[in-house]
Design a protein around this ligand. Structure first.
Ligand SMILES: Nc1ncnc2c1ncn2[C@@H]1O[C@H](COP(=O)(O)OP(=O)(O)O)[C@@H](O)[C@H]1O
Ligand SMILES: [Mg+2]
Length: 278
């Protein structure tokens, strides 16, 4: 342990020199998302080891984006984990297997894991490909009834186990909304979501936090606590057709694009198109 002045010295100079410190973001290490057209909007990829909020209405492509991101890592030998809190992993795998993303292959090679910790899942039902990792709840959660939503604390504990056990580098949490409304006290809930996101930082994974976009203009704790915020929009265009768009709202330490970009689904998942500005 250094003296106070030494600590002060570090705290002053650490931002301006190349002294490494544990949670320093490696802006030079960009994680390629595997989403065509996206990385060019964020200087080549997401800064490694941080948490990104991917927010959008139902059907806007959050799950697709998340699975594509993990599949891209898996194909480069980087293990990824998908944490399903509100939907069964059987359904997710089934739907996502329709894309050419080598999902089944990556699962078999143990580069892609699906962790099911939703409230209504049948544990152990889906384990023929070792896709379902059944980790038991810790002390706190065993006291809750089987169909109550998992709390941020229990989810974190399960995620931590998964990450350490399988060397997970990319993580998707689907969704933050599923653990958001578990407390009777709004202030406590804000704090526990903030703590959840901060704790995830310690795991060192590049993490996508999926979230239902309820109020685009409301600044929530998840937006403040995340390193970046991406919105997926579903809207009616002037001709009354349903259109999709993606917009990067925030990306710390990155010269990012701010425009609304068209989005389409291909056989490889999402593809980001040019700006929708006239
Ligand atoms: N194989 C596919 N080919 C083209 N589009 C698809 C395919 N599968 C799903 N979609 C589109 O993706 C939407 C669901 O995307 P998803 O990633 O599950 O959204 P979210 O997780 O935001 O609810 C569907 O409503 C459909 O429009
Ligand atoms: Mg989804």
């Amino acid at each position: 342990m250094g003296s106070n002045s030494h600590a002060f010295h570090n705290s002053v100079y650490i931002e301006y020199t190349n002294i490494p410190y544990p949670n320093k973001v490696r802006f030079d290490m960009r994680v390629r998302t595997g989403i065509e057209g996206f990385d060019a909007l964020v200087e080549g990829g997401l800064p490694q080891g941080r948490q990104y909020l991917l927010s959008g209405s139902p059907g806007s492509g959050k799950t697709t984006f998340g699975v594509q991101f993990l599949a891209a890592g898996a194909m480069e030998g980087e293990a990824g984990g998908y944490v399903a809190l509100s939907e069964s992993i059987g359904t997710i795998i089934e739907d996502m297997s329709r894309y050419s993303l080598n999902i089944d292959d990556s699962i078999k090679k143990k580069k892609l894991f699906f962790l099911d910790i939703g409230p209504t899942m049948n544990y152990g039902d889906y384990d023929e490909n070792s896709t379902l990792i059944t980790t038991s709840y810790d002390q706190q959660s065993t006291e809750s009834p089987a169909n109550t939503p998992p709390t941020p604390h229990t989810v974190y504990k399960n995620v931590e186990t998964l990450v350490k056990q399988y060397g997970i580098k990319r993580l998707v949490i689907d969704s933050l909304s599923a653990i958001r409304f578990t407390s009777q006290h709004p202030a406590m809930e804000e704090r526990s979501i903030g703590r959840f996101i901060r704790n995830l930082k310690n795991l060192g994974c590049t993490t996508l936090l999926l979230s239902e976009l309820l109020k685009p203009d409301a600044y929530t704790i998840e937006q403040f606590a995340s390193h970046g915020v991406i919105f997926l929009h579903n809207y009616m265009d002037k001709q009354g057709n349903m259109s999709r768009a993606l917009q990067i709202i925030k990306m710390r330490g990155t010269k990012h694009d701010c425009e609304m970009h068209g989005v389409e689904f291909t056989d490889k998942g999402l593809r980001v198109l040019k700006s929708v500005k006239k």
